[in-house]
Design a protein. Sequence first.
Lengths: 111, 116
Amino acid sequence: GQQVMQIPQYQHVQEGEDFTTYCNSSTTLSNIQWYKQRPGGHPVFLIQLVKSGEVKKQKRLTFQFGEAKKNSSLHITATQTTDVGTYFCAGQGNYGQNFVFGPGTRLSVLP
Amino acid sequence: DSGVTQTPKHLITATGQRVTLRCSPRSGDLSVYWYQQSLDQGLQFLIHYYNGEERAKGNILERFSAQQFPDLHSELNLSSLELGDSALYFCASSEGTGWNMNYEQYFGPGTRLTVT
């Protein structure tokens, strides 16, 4: 079945440093979504990418969808303590497979 | 506030028991999804309903069942509970029509189930 992996599992950064998490799917995805879950909170939608090679920016966050539509990345520039949380990617295959979430990358930001 | 409500917030019950978790989607959303999140784990998709009909099934155990009612609220029934069923159960809703899940999902606050 379709599998979605994320690396790293954990990342500790000093405030002001950059952070990147990578998402890889075993199959081609029709779309990919990114969610953020703060400690003790629920997942909150960040963005969706649909096109091959698509790049979207939200302030300090840059999202990229790979050319083959099998991988994606989220890059945060100059992290802040408010960026703390777990970042999940999620996607659905091209043939209507179930929507699958990656295991997430937990980000800690040290002030 | 996502507009998705879930009750109860917390539930503590014993092994072998049966519980029902309730979810009310955002106004206007016809799709409801259920997810299980165990401690420090990712989100496991359980089931998706659209306008009362089951659309997709994920890793949902046979002891678990769900339904979506005409007023669009949904219930997740968990029976013959085991210790391993202790988890956070999230409901999400979207304006998606069903098969294609390329719509933003709005998550509720979750129900924390503890089985003792």
